[in-house]
Design a protein around this ligand. Structure first.
Ligand SMILES: Nc1ncnc2c1ncn2[C@@H]1O[C@H](COP(=O)(O)OP(=O)(O)OP(=O)(O)O)[C@@H](O)[C@H]1O
Ligand SMILES: [Mg+2]
Length: 237
C-alpha cells in the first residue's frame, strides 16, 4: 500500500523505503530515521520516532512543544545518540560516517544558533574544507536573505532574526546533502520568513533533502511538500 506520502509501507516493513520521486542507486536516498528511541532526564522522550526526508523536497515536522522535535533533529547528525533505532543518509547508517563528514553532509540550523566570535564571514568560513571565496559568501548570504555587507559585520552584534539567517547561510555555504532546520522562522518577521521559505524551496529544487521543525502550521503548509508528525505519518490538514 502506498501512502499519500509516497512511502511504500510494505517495503518499509521489509527494511526498505521507496519514494514516489525518482531515486538513483541502491539504498533509500535522503535522511531516514526509523523507530528512534531516546530517554532524556530519565524519561523516554522519543518513542519510536520515524522521519523520512527525501531529497528534492521540503519536509515539515510538526508536533507539540516538548514532544521531541529538536531531540530528533539533533539525532540526525549525531549531536545526540539514540538509545535505539537507525538513522541513514542515502542508505548509509550515520554511525558509519566520521562525525565531521556527517555534519558537512547534514547541515543543522539549531533553534538558538550560536555565533562564534569574529565577523559573519568568519562564521561562514569556520570549518570549511576549502577557503571561502567572496562570491560563495555573498551567494550564501543572499540565499539567506541578507545582503553582502553583512559579511563584515560582527557576528555577536546581530539581531535574533539576522542571527537565524546567518546560521542558514553558514549551513548553505557547506553545500550539504541535507539541511535540517529547527524553527528557522521563529525570530523572523513575515516578509523575511517568506524569503527563507523561498530559499528552502529553491534548495530542495537543487536536490537537497530539506527538513524543518516548525510550529507555524500555515507556513509549513505553504512551504513544505510534506507535513509529518513524529510518527512519520502525514499531519491531516
Ligand atoms: N538536556 C535535556 N535533559 C533532559 N531533558 C531534556 C533535555 N533537553 C530536552 N529535554 C526534554 O525532552 C523533551 C523534548 O524536548 P525537545 O526540545 O526535543 O522538544 P521540542 O518538540 O523541540 O519542543 P519545542 O517545540 O518547545 O522546541 C522535553 O520534555 C524536554 O524537557
Ligand atoms: Mg524544539
Amino acid at each position: 500500500m502506498k501512502s499519500v506520502l509516497g512511502i511504500d509501507w510494505e517495503s518499509r516493513r521489509r527494511g526498505r523505503l521507496t519514494y514516489d520521486r525518482p531515486v538513483t542507486g541502491d539504498g533509500p536516498r535522503g535522511l531516514i530515521a526509523t523507530d528512534v528511541w531516546l530517554a532524556r532526564g530519565g524519561r523516554d522522550v522519543l518513542r519510536g520516532a520515524t522521519l523520512a526526508v527525501p531529497p528534492g523536497a521540503v519536509t515539515a515536522l510538526i508536533a507539540p512543544s516538548g514532544a521531541g522535535k529538536s531531540t530528533l533533529l539533533r539525532c540526525l547528525n549525531r549531536l545526540l545518540e539514540p538509545d535505539r533505532g537507525t538513522i541513514t543518509l542515502d542508505g548509509v547508517d550515520v554511525r558509519e560516517l566520521p562525525p565531521r563528514e556527517l555534519r558537512h553532509r547534514v547541515g543543522l540550523v539549531g533553534q538558538a544558533p550560536v555565533m562564534l566570535d569574529g565577523s559573519v564571514r568568519d562564521n561562514l568560513a569556520y570549518g570549511l574544507r576549502s577557503p571561502l571565496t567572496d562570491d560563495a559568501a555573498a551567494a550564501a548570504l543572499t540565499a539567506a536573505g541578507l545582503d553582502d555587507t553583512f559579511a563584515a559585520r560582527s557576528a555577536q552584534e546581530l539581531s535574533g532574526g539576522e542571527r537565524a539567517r546567518v546560521a542558514l547561510a553558514r549551513a548553505v555555504v557547506r553545500r550539504p546533502a541535507a539541511l535540517v532546520l529547527d524553527e528557522p522562522t521563529a525570530a523572523l518577521d513575515a516578509d523575511v520568513a517568506r524569503q527563507v521559505g523561498a530559499t528552502l524551496r529553491s534548495l530542495a529544487a537543487e536536490g537537497l533533502a530539506v527538513c524543518l521543525a516548525i510550529h507555524d502550521v500555515p507556513f509549513a503548509r505553504a512551504v513544505a511538500d510534506r507535513v509529518v508528525g513524529l510518527d512519520g505519518l502525514p499531519v491531516p490538514s
